[in-house]
Write a protein of this length. Structure first.
Ligand code: SF4
Ligand code: SF4
Length: 68
C-alpha cells in the first residue's frame, strides 16, 4: 500500500502539501515543531493514498517521502 512519511523536523508549515494532495489527506497539525512551525501531518490511510507523490513534489523542503 502507498504511504508517505513527513519529516516533521524539516517542515516549515507552509501547507503547500495540504493543497497539493488531490485526496486531501494532509492537514496542518496543532502542535509546534523544533523550528517553531505547525508541521504537516498525514491524516489519511494507506488505502486512501494513491502514492501519486504530488505532495512530495510540492514540498520546498524535501520533507516528504513517498513509499509505493
Ligand atoms: S502521495 Fe498523493 S495521495 Fe498520497 S498523500 Fe501525497 S499527494 Fe496525497
Ligand atoms: S510542503 Fe513541506 S514544508 Fe510545507 S507544510 Fe508540507 S511538508 Fe511542511
Amino acid at each position: 500500500m502507498p504511504r508517505i512519511e513527513i519529516d516533521e523536523l524539516r517542515c516549515k508549515g507552509c501547507a503547500l502539501c495540504t493543497i497539493a494532495c488531490p485526496k486531501k489527506l494532509i492537514a496542518t497539525s496543532e502542535h509546534i515543531n523544533n523550528l517553531g512551525y505547525k508541521p504537516a501531518v498525514f491524516e489519511g490511510t494507506e488505502v486512501q493514498c494513491t502514492g501519486c507523490a504530488l505532495c512530495a513534489e510540492m514540498c520546498p523542503d524535501v520533507a516528504i517521502k513517498v513509499f509505493k
